[in-house]
Design a protein around this ligand. Structure first.
Ligand SMILES: [Mg+2]
Length: 168
């Protein structure tokens, strides 16, 4: 029998702080944010706020390939995180956004309920081990992000997913 069909997740979930952007929303930037005439995103002190460089390209590519995308963040700065996502023009990529403090298994349960997609069919990227442990225990293939999301780590995650699911 051919094994050419590579198993792929239906839904890919991303953390925010130190996963899609290089700072803690609650302590390292100064909301509210705004957009300058040149299109740069600034915080209230006029400091330019950047995401990890490859993120928009990565999200665009995943979306084009048919993956459903979601955010699961524990930041207490819910409105600021939402505002920044809007200013980065990322709302077009994310079908689900669960942003509030608490254990991340809760965020995932909400996404599962809304989407009807099971944990088995999800892939998760986060920079914090406690979240990786929690979601791995719940059965989600979870990838620890060390230097922010880029194409390389997403490719590795998709490969890990295909590998793990092929033997189950
Ligand atoms: Mg994080």
């Amino acid at each position: 029998m051919s094994k050419k069909i590579k198993k792929r997740p239906k839904l890919i979930v991303f953390d925010l702080d130190y996963t899609l952007w290089p700072f803690w929303m609650h302590s390292q930037v100064n909301p509210p944010f705004s957009k300058s005439v040149s299109g740069a995103v600034l915080d209230s002190k006029g400091i330019t706020i950047k995401h990890y460089e490859e993120v928009p390209k990565v999200l665009e590519t995943l979306k084009q390939k048919g993956y459903v995308l979601a955010i699961a963040s524990r930041t207490p700065k819910v409105n600021s995180a939402q505002q920044l996502i809007e200013l980065f023009d990322w709302n077009k990529y994310f079908t689900y956004k669960e942003i509030y403090p608490g254990r991340k298994t809760m965020h995932f349960s909400k996404v599962r309920t809304q989407s009807g997609i099971q944990f088995d069919d999800m892939l998760f990227f986060d920079d914090e081990l406690r979240n990786i442990y929690d979601l791995r225990s719940a059965g989600v293939v979870s990838v620890l992000v060390r230097d922010g999301v880029n194409q390389e780590i997403v490719n590795r995650g998709l490969k890990d997913y295909a590998h793990e699911r092929s033997f189950k």
